[in-house]
Design a protein around this ligand. Sequence first.
Ligand code: NAD
Ligand code: MG
Length: 389
Amino acid sequence: MSADFPKKRVAIFGSTGSIGTQALDVIRSNKELFEVEILTAHTNDELLINQAIEFKPNAVVIVDEAKYEKVKAALSSTDIKVFAGELALEEVADFDTYDIMIAAIVGFAGLKPTLKAVEKGRIIALANKETLVVAGDIVMQKAIEHKSPIIPVDSEHSAIFQCLIGEARNPIERIILTASGGPFLGKKPNFLVNVKRDHALQHPNWSMGAKISIDSATLMNKGLEMIEAKWLFNLNCNQIEVVIHPQSIIHSMVQFEDGSIKAQMGLPDMKLPIQYALGFPQRIKNDFPRFSFKKYPSLNFEEPDYKTFRNLGLAIDALQSGGNKACILNAANEIAVWAFLKNRIGFLDITAVVEKTMDAIAFIQKPTLQEYFDTDGEARNFAASLINI
Ligand code: NAD
Ligand code: MG
């Protein structure tokens, strides 16, 4: 990518997380292409301050209001604007001064600011898959209305997006989402029942935030990704297949109507899809390690173990039902994962909480945005009541 283009002004929502910090690594290596306009963090004031001093954005948001004075004082000798609180996320998302939002907040909390950026017609580099899981129909509809391009950052969806370049006239027959299988591939319920937090956080191929690491261990992550793919690529449930591929070299595949399959491959490194989304439609030269077939003489594929990893089945149920089912699934999962991370419930209880919540909360076929918010709140309360929190 040449530096002849005007610099893209980047807003990173969730800049202190795994995706956010890797996005800043990409920007640090490509200062002639990008400048940072907005940074936001939930509670990590120290890191946000350091990032602001290094990248000199126009504005930062610290959601935790108790940290506002500290951030303000630390940046007092700069002209960086400092905001605090949840509402400030939407206020800065409404700014006219950025071109691309990296949506890297984790969970439902990412939905409102991302929607605001969509309504502004910004480019969205979407890592926050929960946004589409919760309200994919509304988000995609608004993206069309406001001409807001949504470029996936999730590695599987980035792979599919890349396979689709040049194929606008060719319908997709099916997509094949690859899954590493997570740290408990091949394990059975008698093992999983005793799994502890620290073990579940150890992913074999990727280093990620806590929530998505647990989702990867339970395979809920792949279920959320099926729903994300439905909305991004306008697919029905039968067109989305999951295959376990433990090496995470093929990031996903698309099969066309002639049976031909395209795959996107590379070493597992989130910086690549982040950089692709930031640079799109240009590819940016880098010196990341290259994949070598000689070092991987075999790539393996197998069917997921649906009986053991029941979250995948629950997500397929949500995908088939439509309406607010995926919103319920997501809310219950966020509560259950949070409780597991706090050692309040066991690993297999995560699935039980999600299943019971999906059975309990009223189904709405065509929810409004407000009904999605209400569903999220109800499902969270119900899930929390199941685990006494
Ligand atoms: P993380 O936990 O490392 O970081 C989350 C970021 O969001 C932090 O900056 C945090 O300050 C902010 N945040 C958390 N709660 C918030 C709240 N209530 N309000 C506002 N900000 C809040 O998470 P991550 O691993 O970087 O994942 C971010 C998103 O990207 C998730 O949706 C995840 O599914 C998706 N994703 C991550 C990876 C990965 O490799 N980490 C890969 C694909 C997709
Ligand atoms: Mg992924």
